[in-house]
Design a protein around this ligand. Structure first.
Ligand code: NAI
Length: 210
């Protein structure tokens, strides 16, 4: 797959939704789908879908629509899901444990390799066959275990320090849940997650027009 540069962030943010809907279609044994049907399901206009997919190549055929399996494979490849990713979780509190127990990431090709925390009461506890390790061990762990992604679930006050350890250990992707803008070299990708932003959007819409 020839991945083009300068794809807009808006298109990139829509790709996971295509991926999710196509996976559902595959599960339901749907072989092919017209752009109109796909647009009705997914909630984007047919022309939006065509425009999005055109950024990456020639998809679909006039009068045939899309071959679901083919499109699913292509979108997976565009997203980079043709390979597996190793990840660690840092902070095994409420959120970290919830993420560690979420097995759907495995199905997408994400392998949980380690869980780290600073609380001695948590160290040694097993979650899904992985023992929570002391954060002080993470530096060494990263030297001998290739890790692609760190899921950062520590309090705001510790987040930058933990981020630095990950970066020094060669981790290039950080999924940051702590409410802080982290500083990292340009080649490290940080994706911030703020559930409260989504909640506030919901509240705005609840009150819209009142
Ligand atoms: P928690 O207090 O239950 O867990 C935090 C864990 O981090 C604790 O187990 C603590 O021992 C550990 N920790 C503290 N310093 C550490 C360090 N230097 N190294 C390794 N581990 C360390 O907190 P909770 O509820 O799980 O939240 C975790 C983080 O996620 C917080 O920053 C919170 O604000 C954030 N959060 C973000 C959400 C979002 O939507 N982005 C939603 C919920 C929480």
């Amino acid at each position: 797959m020839d991945r083009k540069k300068n794809i807009s962030m808006a298109v990139i943010k829509r790709l996971p939704k295509y991926h999710r809907y196509l996976m559902e279609l595959l599960k339901n044994d749907v072989d092919r789908i017209s752009s109109k049907e796909l647009s009705e399901k997914i909630g984007f206009t047919a022309s939006q879908i065509r425009q999005d997919l055109n950024c990456f190549g020639d998809f679909g055929q006039q009068g045939y629509g899309y071959n679901v399996k083919e499109l699913y494979n292509q979108i997976s490849a565009i997203l980079g899901l043709q390979k597996d990713y190793n990840y660690v979780i840092i902070g095994a509190g409420n959120l970290g444990q919830a993420l560690a127990n979420y097995t759907r990431f495995d199905k997408l090709g994400f392998n949980l390799k380690g869980i780290f925390d600073a609380n001695p009461k948590l160290v040694g506890i097993r979650i899904r066959d992985i023992e929570i390790a002391d954060i002080d061990e993470m530096e060494n762990f990263l030297k001998s275990n290739p890790v692609d992604i760190g899921m950062l679930c520590v309090p705001q006050t510790s987040a930058q320090k933990v981020c630095d350890i990950l970066v020094n250990g060669g981790v290039k992707g950080i999924w940051n849940f702590a409410p802080i803008d982290l500083t990292a070299p340009e080649d490290v990708i940080i994706e911030n997650v703020h559930l409260s932003e989504s909640l506030l959007t919901l509240v705005y819409l609840l009150n819209e027009g009142k």
